[in-house]
Design a protein around this ligand. Structure first.
Ligand code: ADP
Length: 376
């Protein structure tokens, strides 16, 4: 039996009417974050927060109708009181400033007033080492003396709590905002601190947008030079919306050298271009393997694909990271290599990549003051 599709679901949902406006919920643009996987359907209905309680029957009706569709195994519908996406402040790649002018700390606009720049770390697919790269890049930036935050937006597979060696739940002093967790000198926020690992993945779909906004707006990030956002893998609608909603200064794409992974990287590139976010460049991860026994180098996935592809696509190549057992061991143990083995060549490599990324941030935000000419 052919699986149920988003189009079919939307068609069905057109029969659900918002009693307030009299319009169906699809035409009224109230259906958000629709996700379908193996017959499991989840989405959110965006409602006016004041009308939340009276919308419950509407939610139930939508859920019931979708659940009754052939091919649907489960339907999870939640109400969300989210605001419509406006143009993301800073989404054009930072604020233009006159050379020599101080840069106002406003990459994050109203939601993140103290954050000077936000950089997404993305990948075309999972398992390429995006999170490992995000962590070590963040720590590399911190090692250079920058104030760094790490936002784990990978709602489907949050790995920051484990990789950063943080457990427990964030504290709230005023009952309204959360204090970010901290380790190795950087502030960290992840849905993994809030949602139990057992929460079904499918349920997280509709939560993506609101959770992300909450993790930005309702967390006391304070003053940051840069916030690194570990994006969910892939280049689908969820990622696209996210890229639109987060006021990104730029994006870094992580890819392995394999052709297929590169194809995915290309999609990532196009995604950011669509939403006018400058792509700082591509990092090739798992570039080659240096055998610890004989020092011999093995190009397991074929080396250099990302560099060639970056050239072809006209984006910068930011660096390559070999497969090294300690990178994985330290990543999995919550002691990232940049802090646990700062003398290693791997750590130095990440710090170099971080330096290149910082230059890109400075260029994008106009933060680097032009040399002042003093006439005496
Ligand atoms: P993603 O975020 O793309 O899903 P992860 O960062 O979780 O990928 O990495 C997947 C696995 O590969 C993890 O176990 C991680 O420790 C390991 N890994 C990532 N990069 C490297 C590397 N350069 N060398 C060795 N292991 C790596």
């Amino acid at each position: 039996m052919p699986g149920v599709t988003n189009d079919l679901i939307l068609e069905t949902l057109k029969s659900v009417k918002d009693p307030g406006s009299g319009k169906d919920i699809v035409s009224a643009g109230m259906v958000q974050g629709l996700q379908t996987k193996d017959g499991h359907v989840a989405f959110a209905i965006e409602v006016d927060p004041k009308r939340g309680a009276e919308m419950e029957p509407l939610r139930k009706e939508a859920e019931k109708k979708v659940h009754a569709m052939p091919g649907v195994v489960s339907a999870t519908v939640v109400l969300t009181a989210e605001k419509k996406a406006g143009p993301a402040p800073g989404a054009q790649g930072g604020r233009p400033t006159q050379p020599g002018q101080p840069v106002p700390p406003k990459a994050g606009g109203d939601i993140l007033p103290g954050v000077r720049s936000i950089v997404a770390v993305a990948s075309g697919k999972g398992g390429v080492g995006k999170s490992t790269t995000a962590v070590n890049l963040a720590l590399g930036l911190a090692a250079a003396g920058h104030k760094v935050g790490l936002l784990d937006a990978d709602i489907y597979g949050p790995s920051m709590p484990r990789m950063m060696g943080i457990s427990g739940r964030p504290n709230s002093v005023d009952g309204k905002t959360l204090d970010p967790m901290q380790n190795y000198g950087i502030k960290v926020m992840s849905i993994g601190f809030m949602v139990d690992e057992e929460t079904p993945m499918i349920w997280r779909g509709p939560m993506v947008q609101s959770a992300l906004e909450q993790m930005m707006r309702d967390v006391n990030w304070g003053e940051l030079d840069v916030m690194i956002v570990d994006m969910p893998p892939g280049t689908g609608d969820a990622q696209l919306t996210m890229a639109q909603r987060v006021p990104l200064t730029g994006a870094v794409i992580v890819s392995t050298p394999q052709d297929i992974a590169l194809l995915d990287a290309r999609k990532g590139l196009n995604m950011f271009r669509k939403v006018d976010v400058p792509v700082f460049g591509i990092i090739e991860n798992m570039s080659y393997f240096l055998c610890p026994d004989n020092g011999k180098r093995y190009d397991i996935f074929g080396h250099g694909g990302a560099r060639r592809e970056a050239e072809r696509l006209g984006v910068d190549f930011l660096g390559e990271v070999p497969i090294e057992i300690p990178i994985r061991e330290h990543s999995d143990a919550g002691t990232p290599i940049v802090v646990s083995m700062p003398e290693s060549s791997a750590a130095e490599n990440y710090r170099n990549i971080a330096r290149t990324v910082w230059t890109k941030i400075e260029t994008a935000t106009g933060a680097k003051a032009a040399p002042r000419i003093v006439i005496q």
